[in-house]
Design a binder for this molecule. Structure first.
Ligand code: PMP
Length: 419
């Protein structure tokens, strides 16, 4: 049982809520919003909203084109956002950071551009059973287009990647392993250093889906030693419409463009074109200019807190929520029970109540959670579930959210007469 006054948590959630205008908006119940769906998309702090507005109000022109001051200013700010993101994720060079719309587009870029150049009939691609659809479907499409084969690393009953299964599949010589850092459906944090070492020893490249890790814990792509990493700005307090691919420079240099058109060229004649250097080779057309300003502000905000503190706070909330829910009858969980291996995402079932009904009743109590297959249908199949209810944490959550979550689940159980 948790009571909100027992422990302060690592960070002061209420103080953070004051930075996010959405929490000024009353829920229809008249109660404050308890927002437990940051894994789907985070809320935005005022500094990010203001940075986007400021970019449009005072610094807006198209980038990489103008000879006049305003365009140079816009270009400088756009490239400064790239520098900030490179620093934030430990990229050796900002030239290795490609702006795209989101993690999904980044994976499609690699699957198309690296994959169609390098994979041939019979080659093996490895993914895992815990991937988001964004890290499954592009590889399935690539396999269909090239004749490559695709295999999936199994998940254990307690929500870990099965490293013995990974070892066995790596022995078959895959060209690439596509793996998530944190599962959005299970909360599992995968041991990427170990996984990458195993994959590299077997001669496979590693594409890391960092969409659920970069917003919530320190991530250093160089230290993790992966070859590609992808993320979405909207999950890390930034705007929607901007995300990034980080890739090793030699790999990016050797890859053909994904999309073609303006900006990504150095010279065009009626007979053909020469490609720009990376990263611009992969940024055809006008990019997300104001969104980049918002992303830079989001990174600044996260760096101001410190990613180790963000992780410690969310871990504290996870531990408290897991303990509180474990005390309740009729609740089952997915994913590891050890918070060393579990991010601030709890996927659970309330016995006898469909997850959509749970989420609907929780909404009636002012508690916003996600219910569904979380774009990870193979995970649902693995555990023979139609869906789960998922609560996920951020810096603006605190123990009060957990009290409200557990109280609202009790209301659900009373409503359905299940406990
Ligand atoms: N991978 C993971 C693990 C995710 O959780 C998500 C978003 N739910 C994605 C990829 C895709 O992100 P986006 O929709 O922003 O492209």
């Amino acid at each position: 049982m948790v009571t909100a006054h027992v422990q302060p948590g690592v960070l002061d959630g209420a103080a953070f809520r004051a930075d996010f205008p959405v929490f000024d908006r009353p829920h229809r119940t008249g109660r404050p919003l308890s927002f437990l769906d940051s894994a789907a998309s985070s809320q935005k702090p005022r500094v990010v909203i203001d940075a986007v507005a400021d970019a449009y109000a005072h610094h807006y022109a198209n980038v990489h084109r103008g000879i006049y001051e305003l365009s140079e200013d816009a270009t400088h700010r756009f490239e400064a956002a790239r520098d900030a993101l490179a620093r934030f994720i430990g990229a050796p060079s900002a030239r290795e950071v490609v702006f795209v719309r989101n993690a999904t587009e980044a994976i499609n870029l690699v699957a198309y551009s690296w994959g169609r150049t390098n994979l041939h009939a019979g080659d093996l691609i490895l993914a895992t059973e815990m991937e988001h659809h964004a890290n499954l479907v592009p590889w399935q499409q690539l396999a269909a287009a090239t004749g490559a084969r695709i295999e999936y690393v199994a998940i254990t009953d307690d929500g870990h990647l099965d490293l013995d299964d990974l070892r066995a599949r790596l022995a078959r010589g895959p060209r690439l392993l596509a793996v998530t850092h944190v599962s959005n459906a299970l909360g599992t944090i995968n041991p990427i250093v170990e996984i990458t070492r195993m994959a590299h020893e077997a001669g496979a490249l590693v594409l890391l889906d960092a969409a659920q890790s970069v917003p919530h814990m320190p991530v250093d792509v160089a230290a993790l030693d992966v070859d590609f990493a992808v993320l979405s700005g909207h999950k890390m307090f930034g705007p929607s419409g901007i995300g990034a691919l980080w890739g090793r420079r030699d790999l990016l240099d050797a890859m053909p463009p994904f999309m073609t058109g303006g900006s990504m060229i150095t010279r065009v004649t009626l007979d053909g074109a020469d490609w720009n250097e990376v990263p611009w080779k992969f940024e055809a057309g006008t990019p997300a200019i104001a969104e980049a300003a918002g992303l830079a502000a989001a990174i600044d905000y996260l760096e101001g807190i410190g990613m180790a503190k963000v992780r410690a706070h969310e871990r504290f909330l996870f531990d408290q929520a897991w303990a509180a829910l474990s005390d309740m009858p009729g609740i089952r969980f997915l994913g590891p029970d050890d918070s060393d291996e579990h991010a601030g995402v709890i996927s659970f079932m309330v016995d006898g109540v469909h997850p959509h009904d749970v989420a609907t009743i929780l909404d009636g109590e002012g508690v916003a959670v996600r219910a569904g297959h979380h774009c990870a249908q193979p995970v649902m199949l693995r555990y023979d579930l139609p869906a789960t209810t998922r609560a996920s944490f951020s810096v603006y959550n605190d123990l009060d959210d957990i009290v409200r979550l557990t109280d609202a689940i009790r209301v659900t159980q009373r409503t359905f007469g299940t406990a």
